[in-house]
Write a protein that binds this ligand. Structure first.
Ligand code: FE2
Ligand code: FE2
Length: 229
C-alpha cells in the first residue's frame, strides 16, 4: 500500500500535460523596463492575495484528485476520467507555483494542512464510492468556479487604470491581462470538471446534500484562510 502510494505520487510529478498549449506566465519586460506605473499598495496587496490563495487552491485540487485516483484505482471506468482532471490540476498548480516565484509571494503558512486535508478528503470520498468522489468534485468546483469569477470581476474593475509609461494613457498592464487570461482558462476547466462530476452520477451520492454542503463549507473556509494566512 505504501509503495503504491509513493509510486502514484511519483507518477504525478511526471505528468506531461501542458494545458492547451500556450504559456500562462506574464512576459518579462524588455530590458527590465516596466511598461506601466507601479501598482498601488491596495492593488499589490490584492494581487498577492490572488496568487497566494490560487496556489493553495490548486495545490489542494491536485491532492484531492491524487487521493481519489488512489482510492478508485481499481475502477477501470472512472480511473481515466479522474486522471484527466488530475493532470489539468497539476498544470494549474505548476502555473501558480511559477507565478508565486515570479511575483515573490510567500505561500500560505497553512500549506501543510491544505496538503493533508485535501488528500484526506479526496481519498475518503473515493474510498466511499465513485458517486461520493464525484459529489466532492461537484462541490469543490462549484466553489472554485465562483471564486475565480469573483477574482476576474475585481481584476477587471480595479486594475484598468494603471498608467502606461509608453503612451501616458491608463489601461490594463500586460501582467494583469495575462493573469486574467490564465484565470479564465482555469475557471473554464474547473467548470468542465463540475460537468464531468454531474455526468458521472455525483447526484446519486448518499447523503448527497450533507456531503456537498459540508465540502462547500470546508472549501469556502479554506479560501478565506488561505487569502489571509
Ligand atoms: Fe484547478
Ligand atoms: Fe478542477
Amino acid at each position: 500500500m505504501v509503495s503504491r502510494l509513493l509510486f502514484q505520487s511519483f507518477k504525478r510529478f511526471n505528468s506531461t500535460y501542458k494545458g492547451p498549449g500556450k504559456s500562462y506566465l506574464p512576459p518579462k519586460p524588455i530590458d527590465n523596463k516596466p511598461t506601466h506605473k507601479e501598482l498601488s499598495p491596495a492593488q499589490r496587496a490584492y494581487l498577492d492575495r490572488v496568487i497566494r490563495v490560487d496556489q493553495a487552491g490548486e495545490l489542494g485540487a491536485d491532492l484531492i484528485y491524487a487521493g481519489q485516483y488512489l482510492a478508485l484505482s481499481h475502477n477501470k471506468k472512472v480511473k481515466p476520467i479522474i486522471k484527466h482532471m488530475w493532470e489539468q490540476e497539476i498544470h494549474h498548480r505548476k502555473t501558480f507555483n511559477e507565478l508565486q516565484t515570479q511575483y515573490r509571494i510567500r505561500p500560505s503558512i497553512l500549506t501543510p494542512f491544505w496538503k493533508i486535508g485535501a488528500f484526506g478528503m479526496g481519498f475518503a470520498t473515493g474510498f466511499m464510492n465513485k458517486e461520493a468522489a464525484m459529489a466532492c468534485t461537484e462541490a469543490v468546483e462549484t466553489v472554485i468556479g465562483k471564486h475565480y469569477n469573483q477574482q476576474l470581476r475585481v481584476l477587471s474593475n480595479n486594475f484598468k487604470d494603471i498608467e502606461n509609461l509608453n503612451n501616458g494613457q491608463n489601461d490594463d498592464s500586460i501582467e494583469i491581462q495575462h493573469l486574467k487570461g490564465t484565470i479564465k482558462v482555469f475557471r473554464d476547466e474547473e467548470l468542465e470538471h463540475l460537468d464531468t462530476a454531474v455526468q458521472n452520477d455525483s447526484k446519486n451520492a448518499k447523503p448527497y446534500w450533507l456531503l456537498t454542503e459540508s465540502i462547500k463549507g470546508v472549501c469556502k473556509t479554506a479560501v478565506y484562510l488561505a487569502e489571509r494566512i
